[in-house]
Design a protein around this ligand. Structure first.
Ligand SMILES: C[S@@+](CC[C@H](N)C(=O)[O-])C[C@H]1O[C@@H](n2cnc3c(N)ncnc32)[C@H](O)[C@@H]1O
Length: 237
């Protein structure tokens, strides 16, 4: 599925992921209406903020460090991190509404208070976050787009990485996990063209997750299908 978002008169963005899958139940619709409103970052989408004014992040997060998870799926890793780090404020970004709804159920049941959400394309968020606002970013099992002609659609491309670099603090960390060897190699190549350095893990095998890791749904799928995962940490120079 592909859709186009006009960002301004000159820029239009293609989005190739999914916003919606199978039907959403009445209870889930209610959850979206009530819970999502409570924890959503406002003035992020082009419709809500056509002039792309910068977010006043202090009004949301005070002086806490802010960590972002891009494409959190159903949010198991994000919630785990939020529970381990009450001293941090989290932003979770996920356009797929079925994932968001399953995440909201967990947030409500577990009474999580330190996560804000943008239920849309992360590029919208990059437009409006002030420079140097993020201390850590997680990109876990991004859509692989394995066909050669689709590689431009990957997150790990200048269209995403350059705006990401702007909103990261100096020395901020970018963690990437993937079960696709080619995506891992592509990531090292593309990220290191920019102002990042690679932090060695387990020599340079990159086969061990971080000590505060929580397996995501896609990681579990990869394990069931006997695919190994790669875990890379980059630091902004
Ligand atoms: C393969 S899934 C992985 C989900 C989760 N991280 C996991 O490991 O289980 C990739 C996720 O990235 C999300 N995604 C794709 N394009 C995105 C974008 N432009 N902004 C934010 N999230 C995006 C998708 O909706 C999807 O949930």
């Amino acid at each position: 599925m592909s859709s186009v978002t006009p960002v301004n008169d000159e820029v239009r963005r293609n989005f190739y992921g999914r916003f919606k899958g199978h039907g959403i139940t009445k209870a889930q619709k209610e959850l979206l209406k009530t819970e999502l409103k409570n924890i959503s970052l406002t003035s992020v989408s082009v419709e809500d903020n056509p002039k792309r004014n910068q977010l006043d992040i202090k009004s949301y997060f005070g002086s806490k460090p802010v960590w972002l998870e891009v494409g959190f799926g159903s949010g198991e890793h994000l919630i785990y991190q939020a529970k381990c780090h009450p001293e941090v404020s989290f932003i979770g970004c996920e356009p797929y509404i079925n994932g968001v709804v399953s995440f909201l159920g967990k947030v409500k049941r577990q009474k999580i208070k330190n996560i804000f959400v943008y239920a849309g394309d992360v590029r919208d968020l990059f437009d409006v976050l002030p420079s140097n606002s993020l201390a850590k970013v997680f990109l876990l099992y991004p859509d692989p787009w394995p066909k050669r002609r689709h590689k431009r659609r990957r997150f790990v491309n200048p269209e995403y990485l350059i705006p990401l670099l702007r909103v990261m603090n100096e020395c901020a960390e970018l963690r990437v996990a993937t079960d696709i060897e080619d995506y891992f190699k592509h990531t090292k190549r593309e990220v290191l063209k920019l102002d990042f350095k690679l932090i060695k893990q387990n020599g340079d095998k990159f086969d061990l997750p971080w000590s505060d890791w929580f397996p995501t749904r896609y990681e579990k799928k990869a394990k069931l299908q006997n695919r190994k995962s790669y875990y890379a940490t980059f630091e902004k120079n």
